[in-house]
Design a binder for this molecule. Structure first.
Ligand code: PGA
Length: 262
């Protein structure tokens, strides 16, 4: 594929930082934006309580992402928030079906599809997470797991009824065994999974759409391995947990990503 896809680097801050820390660190990261403008897109996903405050900083170069969203527009859903509400506070998009939410909040593929549709209808970005557990990989089920995570979510999302979305629909391949373990997938393992995801997307949608969708890798990405990961043809960025928490480390991730795309 020769399609040019702008690399995307998103920091998933999970349940970390006080509001003061989040504001200070986001402001420091926002200063990196202009340096990498047009070459790398940047994003930060803070805890939901901090979204409005970080979005108010109004960085033009670093998007603010939610770590989750509800599928409905409004209603009796205690503790939830909608895509419309995210748009209202100038949030760029949301992560959907992170493996921690799949495991701890029983997020299903079909439910994820509803969340994807809710976000795209509002013109917001989606980062849809897929990935296998170690048991699934060892049992030879990698491709079956990825295929069903994509097929079931896309069937519910009913993408053909939505506005053009290829720039807004992003997939993050995050093998569960690599998240927070310090044991990243090798670049070969990651590339194989990404190529399979792109091939499956082409079968489920169109060749053209699949060639434009960005697929991020996530799972123990660090400044010292991101360059090798990013040099793979089907890897278009990273979703980074631990190594995104400090602005210095985030800056190093940007610099190393920049080297891989020069
Ligand atoms: P990690 O987390 O970079 O700390 O492994 C990645 C993620 O959960 O998105």
């Amino acid at each position: 594929m020769t399609t040019k896809r702008t690399p995307l680097l998103v920091g998933n801050w999970k349940m970390h930082k006080s509001l003061a820390e989040a504001r200070a660190d986001f402001s420091a990261i926002a200063e990196l934006g202009p340096k990498h403008k047009d070459k790398i897109q940047l994003g930060i996903a803070p805890v939901s309580l901090h979204l409005i405050s970080l979005a108010d900083i109004r960085s033009t170069h670093v998007g603010v992402y939610a770590q989750n969203v509800h599928w409905a527009t409004s209603g009796a859903y205690t503790g939830e928030w909608s895509a419309e509400m995210l748009k209202d506070i100038h949030v760029q998009g949301a992560i959907v079906a992170h493996s921690e939410r799949r495991q701890m909040n029983a997020e299903s593929n079909a439910r994820s599809g509803e969340k994807i549709a809710a976000l795209l209808k509002q013109g917001l970005d989606v980062i849809y997470c897929v990935g296998e557990t170690l048991e699934e990989r060892e049992a030879g089920k990698l491709e079956a797991v990825l295929e069903s995570q994509l097929r079931e979510a896309l069937a519910t999302a009913n993408l053909s009824s939505l506005p053009p979305y290829e720039e807004k629909f992003v997939i993050a391949y995050e093998p569960v065994w690599a998240i927070g373990t310090g044991k990243a997938a090798t670049e070969k393992e990651a590339q194989e999974a990404h190529a399979f995801i792109r091939k499956t997307l082409a079968q489920l949608t169109t060749e053209d759409f699949a060639s434009k969708v960005r697929i991020l890798y996530g799972g123990s990405v660090k400044p010292d391995n991101i360059q090798a990961i990013m040099s793979q043809p089907d890897i278009d960025g990273a979703l980074v947990g631990g190594a995104s928490l400090s602005p210095d480390s985030f800056a190093a991730l940007c610099t190393e990503t920049g080297k891989s795309i020069c």
